[in-house]
Design a protein around this ligand. Structure first.
Ligand code: ZN
Length: 281
């Protein structure tokens, strides 16, 4: 079982926009303080200065409410529905929106709601896959195609082993491993539902054509090529070597997440994972 699936329980989600992080807690009920930035936005629109910011602002509103407004307040402190006692403290889960790209924090602590399905899911038909694979709509598939083409030019014939994973798929997968090896062992190699970055639809697991074994990919020069070049196409390697204590995962050179070229380049140059970037002070 690959480790890139991750763990469940819905938690209070926090939203911050750009830097410095300013956190707003969305628990499903509109609070007065949330109205101020919205009213301010329309005020700026009225002044004719909103055009420049129109796109990202739209995403902030649509995505943040779509992602987190549906979490019942009771679940926010309930802990895992699968029986762990983990509780996320307010302030730990971040939905950052920068440059119009959703950078939701999804890890072993922060989960996506069961109801979250990325918009515009698009089937990958331009790259060999091991099954029917989908990505979030927008430009991501275009950039993945470019990465694929560049890799091929360099002599690496990549495939997509896994892309979007629905919440229900994560439930089935995790329960399978629990039934096979017990809860503790399942946690080591799998993820509780909602805790997989794959649910975002912005993540792919790469493999070699004809060989979807991750160990083979890791041992191949293709892994080194991806580590050095993925950022050029807007992707970052989520689980990097030497960052295990930060990400909670062993190195997964095959698991790349789209964050946009600008941020991916910054992460690459500063040798940061998205995890570190989102939790930076
Ligand atoms: Zn993965």
């Amino acid at each position: 079982m690959r480790a890139c699936a991750q763990p469940i329980f819905e938690i209070g989600a926090l939203v911050h926009s750009a830097t410095p992080p300013r956190l707003l807690y969305y628990n499903g009920s509109m609070r007065l303080k949330h109205l101020f930035p919205i009213l301010g936005y329309f005020f700026l629109l009225g002044l004719g200065v909103g055009h420049r910011f129109a796109s990202p602002q739209k995403i902030v509103a649509k995505e943040s409410w779509g992602l987190f407004a549906t979490i019942p307040p009771s679940e926010a402190t309930q802990g895992s529905v699968l029986g762990t006692r983990d509780i996320i403290q307010a302030g730990e889960c971040v939905l950052a929106v920068e440059g119009g790209m959703i950078l939701t924090h999804v890890n072993k602590s922060c989960a996506l709601p069961a109801s979250y399905v990325p918009p515009g899911l698009t089937r990958i038909t331009s790259i060999p896959t091991t099954g029917t694979e989908y990505l979030r709509g927008g430009d991501i598939l275009n950039y993945l195609n470019q990465l694929y083409g560049a890799a091929k030019t360099s002599g690496f014939n990549l495939s997509v082993v896994s892309a979007y994973r629905s919440y229900s798929t994560q439930v089935a997968t995790f329960n399978y491993w629990v039934s096979q090896s017990g809860y503790a062992a399942a946690l080591m190699g799998s993820a509780r539902p909602g805790h997989s970055e794959h649910q975002l639809g912005t993540v792919v697991d790469l493999g070699l054509v004809g060989n979807s074994d991750f160990a083979s990919f890791t041992a191949s020069p293709a892994a080194g090529w991806v580590a050095k070049n993925a950022y050029k196409f807007g992707f970052t390697v989520s689980y990097q070597p030497g960052k295990e204590s930060i990400t909670g995962y062993i190195s997964e050179p095959w698991h790349i997440r789209y964050v946009g070229i600008k941020l991916a380049t910054q992460l690459y140059q500063q040798k940061l994972t998205l995890e570190e970037y989102l939790t930076r002070e």
